[in-house]
Design a protein around this ligand. Structure first.
Ligand SMILES: CCCCC/C=C\C/C=C\C/C=C\C/C=C\CCCC(=O)SCCNC(=O)CCNC(=O)[C@H](O)C(C)(C)COP(=O)(O)OP(=O)(O)OC[C@H]1O[C@@H](n2cnc3c(N)ncnc32)[C@H](O)[C@@H]1OP(=O)(O)O
Length: 142
């Protein structure tokens, strides 16, 4: 997904998303599936500190406020803990630019369980890979 990531102090990752018109769901607002994808990307990116591939096992989103097209969203994501191969993550989204911008208001939250996997997880689909990864972290081209 077209997000820009920065790795802060500790385990937190910040992802920025321009809410483009193509991300529309209800008229004028972001589609919930797009916001879910952005959380998936941000929380997946937070898992990079583990230096192992991860896949999403479970993702739970709370949509707290509508997000208009033209906004710039900031998603902050982190690892909360690990148990064996399970990686517990969370994230929040805030509108930081645009007419609804208020950096003190959380407009959506996410909790996600990721699982570390071996290279064989992806080997099964190697004949179906689409495109060239734009980063070592993932290949989503939404
Ligand atoms: C060689 C090339 C490598 C290239 C790598 C490239 C990139 C990837 C790396 C990093 C990515 C970083 C950033 C990318 C950006 C975003 C990430 C997007 C990620 C996705 O968009 S990815 C697509 C959607 N995702 C899937 O396509 C997964 C489909 N699925 C499966 O592939 C299996 O389902 C799997 C592997 C999840 C588990 O299967 P499994 O057999 O390995 O594990 P198992 O069942 O043994 O469970 C072990 C323990 O997890 C618990 N557990 C499992 N699932 C649970 C659930 N849903 N809820 C609650 N607990 C669960 C069990 O209860 C047990 O718990 P306990 O240890 O306590 O017993």
């Amino acid at each position: 997904m077209a997000m820009q990531f920065t790795f802060g102090e500790g385990l937190e990752v910040t992802g920025m998303l321009d809410v483009a018109n193509r991300y529309q769901g209800g008229p004028g607002f972001i589609h919930g599936g797009i916001l879910t994808t952005a959380f998936d990307e941000a929380q997946g990116m937070a898992c990079m500190v583990l230096r192992r591939p991860v896949v999403t096992g479970h993702l739970q989103i709370d949509f707290a406020a509508p997000i208009p097209l033209g906004s710039v969203l900031e998603l902050r994501a982190r690892i909360d803990g690990t148990v064996r191969r399970k990686v517990y993550t969370s994230a929040e989204a805030r509108i930081v630019e645009g007419p609804f911008a208020d950096p003190d208001v959380v407009v959506a939250t996410s909790r996600g369980l990721f699982l570390t996997v071996g290279a064989e997880h992806f080997d099964r689909a190697k004949d179906f890979v689409d495109g060239v990864p734009v980063s070592p972290h993932g290949t989503s081209s939404v």
